[in-house]
Design a protein around this ligand. Structure first.
Ligand code: KIV
Length: 254
């Protein structure tokens, strides 16, 4: 398994590869390929069909983390803590431990350096997340574009670094700011819509496979169009059943 120490030592030397997974078969397929599997609360949108991530529960995340852990034996598994589950130290500790019990090796939280510090002091590895933080943000745009906002983001990154997070997701910020943050902090940065200078990259798997087409942010590159392949398979199956062509002899018992 990729250890926290290995991930930290990749900073500035080797790019860190992270993708999301929410189930056993996907985790199994990517396990030998990626360094980190994030069981993201993006599950709410790409799997459960909610409009955003705010309805995702601990139960949803624990179940998904358990499935991923059954499929992944090499990659580091990070479980995302849903909104409202780390509003104070007591809740954060209880819920982080639920994700660890489900099979995560670390948890991810959006901002909140004081909670990150508390979890780390309690031997829980934490990945931070700043920039466009979907659990709380109201303007879904590139963050940190003016000087004041950029300074605030740099301060937030430094606070998460001081809290001893082992890595930091930078979401949807200008690449020059991501470069500055990456050079200013000791932990690796993992970008999503944050340019090439981050220490690693993450995308939502359903986005890169073309399985989620409600919208496509500029930073998403589609590496496949599985929606088309799936739809064609469903259509072919339906046609063959309706025309009494399936199951043919080959698929029948005698
Ligand atoms: O939930 C998620 O998938 C995430 C990534 C987009 C970083 O937080």
């Amino acid at each position: 398994m990729a250890s926290i120490q290995q991930i930290k030592s990749m900073k500035g030397k080797q790019k860190i590869v992270m993708l999301t997974a929410y189930d056993f078969p996907t985790a199994r397929l990517m396990d030998d390929i990626v360094d980190i599997i994030l069981v993201g609360d993006s599950l709410g949108m790409v799997v459960l069909g909610y409009e955003n991530t705010t309805k995702v529960t601990m139960q949803d995340m624990a179940r998904a983390t358990e499935s991923v852990a059954r499929g992944a034996k090499n990659a580091l598994i990070v479980g995302d803590m849903p909104v409202g589950t780390y509003k104070n130290e007591k809740d954060a500790l209880k819920n982080a431990n639920l994700l660890l019990k489900a099979g995560a090796h670390a948890v991810k939280i959006e901002n909140k350096p004081e909670i990150a510090e508390f979890l780390v002091k309690n031997d829980i590895e934490v990945m931070g997340h700043i920039g466009l933080t979907p659990q709380t943000i109201t303007n879904f745009k590139v963050q940190g574009k003016n000087e004041e906002d950029a300074k605030k983001l740099l301060e937030e990154a430094e606070a998460m670094d001081k809290a001893k997070c082992f890595s930091l997701v930078l979401e949807c910020i200008p690449m020059q700011l991501a470069e500055k943050i990456t050079k200013s902090i000791s932990m690796p940065t993992i970008g999503i819509g944050a340019g090439i200078h981050c220490d690693g990259q993450v995308l939502v798997t359903h986005d890169i496979l073309g399985l989620f087409d409600a919208f496509k942010p500029k930073f998403v590159k589609r590496y496949a169009n599985l929606s088309d392949i799936m739809k064609k398979s469903f259509e072919q199956y339906a046609k063959e059943v309706r025309e009494a062509k399936f199951p043919s002899d080959e698929y029948s018992f005698h």
